[in-house]
Design a protein around this ligand. Structure first.
Ligand code: MRU
Ligand code: ZN
Length: 204
């Protein structure tokens, strides 16, 4: 798929995310890889459910800077880190769903362990509900550079796969292209809803 088609697919994914209610009040940010040294990412502060192609801007992966001088996402560092450390990554989606926001606070540990769900197989490479899918949870921070360093340090001994949660904030997930990132987002959000409901019902 050519880069332009990837941006078209990303735009459609952003509108779908908006309709799902997963990017309320300008929350969320989305990007696609653009060649070896850049990505196209949402401009900061935009309503992510009603984006147009003009709302994306080129960012250098090395510096995180936009040659245009426009303001890229406040969380650009999370995207450029993923593109730089995982060359197979083609698209990154960051969303603020209620389920990811609440479940990342209900789970007090450093990871959400998902097991026993058939829909774990929506995640690339997963073949059975009998395995565990571990989604890391990092404490939220407004210091994105410090947060990126924490995530890199954690990934040294536990490589990132599919996504990570920011506690009380949301989910960042990714894939080899927009279609896979979108499937991972939909699969993880389904699993988060199941897990949250299970915990609520079992707490009674
Ligand atoms: C509504 S403020 C939310 C932001 O702080 C941030 O978490 C977010 O996801 C969107 O920031 P943005 O700079 O528009 O990419
Ligand atoms: Zn956010």
């Amino acid at each position: 798929m050519t880069e332009n088609l990837q941006l078209g697919a990303l735009l459609a994914a952003c509108h779908w995310i908006g309709q799902k209610g997963w990017s309320p009040a300008t929350g969320g940010n989305m990007s696609v890889r653009e060649g070896d040294a850049h990505c196209l990412i949402t401009e900061s502060g935009k309503d992510k459910g009603s984006l147009t192609a003009e709302d994306f801007l080129l960012v250098e992966l090395e510096s995180g800077l936009a040659p245009s001088g426009r303001r890229p996402s406040a969380e650009t560092g999370l995207h450029t880190m993923l593109y730089s450390r995982y060359p197979e990554t083609g698209a990154v989606l960051h969303t603020h769903s209620v389920n990811s926001t609440v479940l990342s606070r209900v789970e007090r540990s450093g990871a959400l362990v998902l097991e026993g769900y058939e829909m774990q197989k929506s995640l690339s490479g997963q073949t059975t509900h009998l395995d565990q899918v571990v989604i890391p949870i990092f404490d939220n921070s407004q210091d994105i550079s410090a947060l990126v360093q924490k995530i890199i340090a954690s990934s040294e001994h536990a490589p990132l796969q599919y996504g990570f949660l920011l506690r009380g904030h949301g989910l960042t997930c990714w894939g080899r292209d927009v279609a896979e990132a979108r499937r991972h987002l939909e699969g993880l959000e389904f699993l988060f809803q199941c897990e949250l409901q299970r915990r609520l019902l079992e707490a009674k």
